[in-house]
Every structure is written in structure tokens, then in C-alpha cells.
Design a protein around this ligand. Structure first.
Ligand code: NAD
Length: 257
């Protein structure tokens, strides 16, 4: 399937799932905008590498998505947004009574409120183009919960709600809005939690992967960033034109349990 001529903006895409989604969309022919808050030479190089590998246009635009004005400016600076992937995310794990309010605010801002801002600016562009696709990267934690992840679980449930509302507001147009709900994918976000969990449970890091993380995934395997990217490409394809307002789990069976 070809996404040639379409421009995709992927938030939080200098790493992990966002980068994987950007690469798969570029492989399908889309021009891509890579984003993060870091603005390092490596970030611009990532875009240059994608452009070279897939023969598309690829740019890096810096925006700190904890700030609403920067989230809106990201889409405005892209100039065109046929495909919007709201992906940026962070994590903090703590019991509710000790959960730092600034961590709560940052998680809700980066993972939920930024998607509201980017969507609000992208929808008029999609309407003008007569075609659009919004793919929100939610999580198995958008459908289920875990203790100590109050902000993350709340933000991801919010992303699923925002997905449904946006789909209803665009249902009569050639615009679809869906959420992908990954289970565990081995990215820096997940890898960062392993040493603390190992200490907490007095386990080796390998035991944490087997007995804590993959214990939740009946497939006993991590999903890959390419599999999340491939699902995003499918949601942008003509075959998925009547799929809107829904969630697709890529979780090795986690949410079937
Ligand atoms: P990651 O740490 O590799 O990537 C996170 C991305 O978000 C990075 O590109 C980072 O630069 C960006 N980001 C963070 N704060 C930002 C800010 N203030 N402004 C702009 N960008 C910012 O993690 P990942 O695992 O690839 O996570 C990507 C998304 O996938 C997140 O929304 C996460 O919740 C979701 N997810 C991940 C998993 C998993 O197992 N890895 C599972 C389900 C859902």
C-alpha cells in the first residue's frame, strides 16, 4: 500500500515506538516529521537517515509537548498533516499518596493534553485536504490498569476517550481516528524500569523480564516497534477506511486474559 504524497507528523519520534512508526510510514511512502523536545544533531540526523533510506522527505521539528503552545506550533510548522500519530510519552511509578503532582501534571500534559492540541490544529488541515488519519498510541493500560501507574493509566484511558470523541466528530468525512494499544515493547521507556523493579523484587534483570513483564503477555514475547508501525500503516490504508473510533491491541493476548 502506498502513502506517497501524504505527510505524517509523529510526536515523540526520536526513539522507540515513535521512531518505529515513522520508519514504517516512510517505508510506505509518506513524508514524515520527526519530533521530540531535545533538538540534538542526532535528531536531525535521524530524519536525514529516514529520507535517504526510503526516498521521502523527512524533517525534525523540536517541540516540548508538555506545553500546549508548542504542541500546536509543531503542527503549524509542519504546514501539512494528513496523518497525525500522537505517541510521545513518559512514565512514573509511585503509590498515589506519594505521587509527585508535577509528575502527574507532566504525564497528563505530554500524553493526553498534547494529543488534544495537535488534533485541534491538524483536523482543519485534514478537512482541507479531504482525507486524514489520526492514530493515537494508547496502551494496554488504556484498557486495563496496574497499581502505582495512576497518571499513566489515567492518561491512556483519556487517550482512548479522546479517540472515540474525535472519531464521532469526523465520522462523516474521509478522516478516521483510532488508537493502537501496545502491550510491552522493549524500548527505552520500558528498559528504564527494569533495574528498579529488579531491586524491588530482588531479582535479576532477566528474571524481571520473564516473571514480571512478560508474565502479563500470553505470547511471552515483546511486541516490536515494526509491528506497531505496521499496524499504523494498516490504519492509514484504504482497507481500514471504515475503521474509526476503535482500539487495536498489539499485546500478545494481554487484554484477552
Ligand atoms: P520512548 O521513551 O522510547 O519514547 C518516548 C518518546 O516521547 C521519545 O521520542 C521522547 O523524546 C518523547 N517525549 C517525551 N517527553 C516529551 C516532550 N515533553 N515533548 C516531546 N516529546 C517527548 O518510549 P516508547 O516506549 O517508545 O513510548 C512511546 C509511546 O508508546 C508512549 O506514549 C508510551 O506510553 C506508549 N507505549 C509504550 C509501550 C512499551 O511497552 N514501550 C507500551 C504501550 C504504550
Amino acid at each position: 500500500m502506498s502513502l506517497q504524497g501524504k505527510t505524517a507528523v509523529i510526536t515523540g519520534s526520536n526513539s522507540g515506538i515513535g521512531l518505529g512508526v515513522a520508519r514504517e510510514l516512510a517505508r510506505a511512502g509518506a513524508d514524515v516529521v520527526i519530533n521530540s523536545f531535545t533538538d540534538r544533531d542526532e535528531d536531525h540526523q535521524l530524519a536525514a537517515d529516514i529520507a535517504k533510506e526510503f526516498g521521502v522527505t523527512a524533517r525534525y521539528i523540536k517541540a516540548d509537548l508538555s506545553k500546549g503552545a508548542e504542541a500546536r506550533a509543531l503542527i503549524e510548522q509542519a504546514g501539512k498533516c494528513d496523518i497525525l500519530v500522537n505517541n510521545a510519552g513518559i512514565q512514573h511509578v509511585s503509590p498515589i499518596e506519594d505521587f509527585p503532582v508535577e509528575k502527574w501534571d507532566a504525564i497528563i500534559a505530554i500524553m493526553l493534553t498534547s494529543a488534544f492540541h495537535t488534533t485541534a490544529v491538524a483536523l482543519p488541515m485534514m478537512r482541507k485536504a479531504g482525507w486524514g488519519r489520526v492514530v493515537n498510541i494508547a496502551s494496554a493500560h488504556g484498557l486495563t490498569a496496574s497499581p502505582y501507574k495512576s497518571a499513566y493509566v489515567s492518561a491512556k484511558h483519556g487517550v482512548v476517550g479522546l479517540t472515540k470523541v474525535t472519531a464521532l466528530e469526523t465520522a462523516k468525512e474521509d478522516i478516521t481516528v483510532n488508537a493502537i494499544c501496545p502491550g510491552y515493547v522493549k524500548t527505552p521507556l520500558v528498559e528504564a524500569q527494569i533495574p528498579d523493579t529488579a531491586k524491588e523484587y530482588n531479582m535479576t534483570e532477566e528474571e524481571v523480564i520473564e516473571k514480571v513483564i512478560l508474565a502479563r503477555q500470553p505470547s511471552k514475547e515483546f511486541a516490536t516497534v515494526e509491528q506497531i508501525g505496521g499496524t499504523a500503516v494498516f490504519l492509514c490504508s484504504d482497507a481500514a477506511a471504515q475503521i474509526t473510533g476503535t482500539t487495536i491491541s498489539v499485546d500478545g493476548g494481554w487484554t484477552a486474559l
